[in-house]
Ligand binder design. Structure first.
Ligand SMILES: [Zn+2]
Length: 277
């Protein structure tokens, strides 16, 4: 009788030990589901915590001319370097999203994907279509282009035209945003010019590529109270600056910070710039 009692006790102890171990491993596996937004951040999100996301600034992607000036080198990422940066994002589980997707996350109507990041391209340079787009398409990365819309209806060697933009739109990877019609510094113009530049660029995008642009980027990083009023009036919901840092839902949505990627950055510097947590 005593023997049976000892066996019963032993089985009970083993049974409870297994139950506890199983529960523990379940907790561990669920806490590794979100590696960028930790469980901590997700629960903080529900309790109105800050959600920070890097918005990267690119301009052109193209080979450097033989005698490049510093400014050209700064604004132009060589295709090989761009490929390395995108491969790094892909290999490390980042999810490039558009600004409207970011807004949906911040509004709480979309679940944050794993390691969200936003890739923005200012000015609509030709190299974005020629060199960056094939790489972005390969990785199925979403991205945002900010157009100077007076160039959209022309065929030049420097800026993307509407046929090239439409080809990107058909991939369903791109969000088309505005960078004004004439690339003016909105800090230095009167309210009439500010409204014209902002509202006409929106109607240009509608006319040339059939899209309702809702994201905006200030040329030269120049913004003003008038510009923000005009953006709201013309139906924009987000605007990005040249102010350095991660964007956050705690910032004014019309003054979002970004992180500029320089053509002379090594892969190490690129990694450093996008690392925060
Ligand atoms: Zn610009």
């Amino acid at each position: 009788m005593k023997k049976i009692f000892i066996i019963a006790i032993t089985f009970t102890v083993i049974f409870f030990a297994l139950v506890i171990k199983n529960a523990h491993s379940k907790i561990n596996s669920s806490s590794t589901t979100f590696s960028y937004f930790s469980m901590d951040q997700i629960s903080k999100k529900n309790s109105n915590a800050e959600i920070e996301v890097p918005i990267l600034v690119y301009h052109d992607v193209a080979p450097w001319p033989i005698q490049a000036f510093n400014l050209t080198e700064s604004l132009t990422i060589k295709p090989g370097d761009f490929e390395k940066q995108m491969k790094y994002l892909y290999d490390h589980g980042f999810t490039p999203i558009t600004l409207q997707e970011l807004k949906a996350i911040w509004d709480g109507v979309k679940e944050p994907p794993k390691k969200p990041i936003v890739l923005t391209f200012d000015d609509g340079d030709k190299g974005v279509f020629k060199y960056a787009f094939p790489i972005l398409k390969k990785y199925k990365f979403h991205f945002v282009i900010f157009l100077i819309t007076k160039y959209t209806n022309y065929h030049t060697n420097f800026y993307m035209n509407k046929d090239e933009i439409l080809e990107m739109v058909r991939s369903n990877l791109v969000e088309v945003g505005s960078h004004t019609r004439d690339h003016v510094n909105l800090k230095k113009v009167d309210y009439k010019k500010a409204y014209f530049e902002i509202c006409s660029s929106k109607s240009d995008i509608k006319k040339y590529v059939g899209l309702n642009a809702t994201s905006f980027c200030y040329p030269f990083g120049g913004y003003s109270e008038t510009a923000i009023k005009a953006l709201k009036y013309c139906g924009f919901t987000l605007a990005t600056t040249e102010n350095y840092g991660f964007a956050s839902d705690k910032q004014n949505p019309f003054l979002l910070k970004r992180i500029r990627i320089d053509g002379r950055d090594s892969l190490g510097i690129f990694i450093e710039k996008i690392s925060k947590f």
